[in-house]
Write a protein that binds this ligand. Sequence first.
Ligand code: NAP
Length: 317
Amino acid sequence: MLGKECWVVDLCIGIGAFFVIKWILKFLCSVLTVVRVTFVSFIWPRNLVKEYGGKWAVVTGSTDGIGKEYGRQLAQKGMNIVLISRNLEKLKKTEEEIRQECGVDVHVIQADFSHGREIYERIAEGLKDKDIGVLVNNVGYFDVPGRFMNVSEEEIWRYVNVNMASVLAMTRLVLPQMLARNRGAIINISSMFGLCPIPFVSTYAATKAFVSSFSHALEYEYRQSGITVQTVHPSFIKTNMLSSFPHVHNRGFIAPKPADWVSSCLSTLGYYRTTGGTWGHAVAVCMHTHTHTHTHTQSRPGFPLRESRQYTNLKKF
Ligand SMILES: NC(=O)c1ccc[n+]([C@@H]2O[C@H](COP(=O)([O-])OP(=O)(O)OC[C@H]3O[C@@H](n4cnc5c(N)ncnc54)[C@H](OP(=O)(O)O)[C@@H]3O)[C@@H](O)[C@H]2O)c1
């Protein structure tokens, strides 16, 4: 009887030890990844062309803010860049800046993603014969907060075409060649607002939830084929999009400059499937998800979901 009890105790200790060792190894792996991302990639610059098997990087919405920085920083890493945006003058200016600063080839495609399906034939034509290693699905549309019925029908289709359809259509254009060589990276810029429902920015938040959901599923479907898919959830970044929120836009700690944020975010490519970009944003994402999940269990939304004065000033409901 005693022998049987000893056997059960030994088994329990064995199982416990197995999980403790597994947890310690997982923790050490995470620490190692943090060290690699934070320090090693700054000491030994990565060769993204070799890693992702294509000389070209394609960035949508690339004449300002986050997209322009992705273009510039991927060019600094030796990649040729395809810039896709709607304003030709800004495209030419950005093309010149990147070419002069980084000495790489830059190709521009003028396209307005709000026009939907009709633009992709021309984009496909512009991408023909280019070996694309990295695609950054960055373009996004955001208007001032308000109730859903304040969003016009035209705006609804802009949200659908710019924030959601562009991600699917661009991925469909680029993924086949990545699959053919079993290498490539797709970076999908979602948002912290895509992590849970947000009243008063309901449409924007829902489109970003779509991006995150698609991106996570795509990552799972193609990870065995050598494709890296990264889902990015920025909180606030000091760009034009945020300029209608001066209380956040002008605070450096809350809203980092696009250059700093993209540099940090790019160093995580291939290491993290999902990222907030910086440590500050990771904390913001964590707090945001916790607060909002909590407030959504209440029948009346609490802070920060109440109609705040700041929002009411921007748009009358
Ligand atoms: N900034 C933030 O705090 C923040 C936070 C979370 C997520 N995000 C996401 O990050 C992404 C980039 O935002 P951002 O802050 O960098 O924006 P931004 O500074 O306003 O830049 C937007 C870029 O997209 C282009 N663009 C806008 N509408 C377009 C359209 N219909 N067709 C083609 N190009 C278009 C603009 O170029 P043209 O004017 O030349 O067309 C510009 O280059 C978006 O997906 C956004 O949702 C931003």
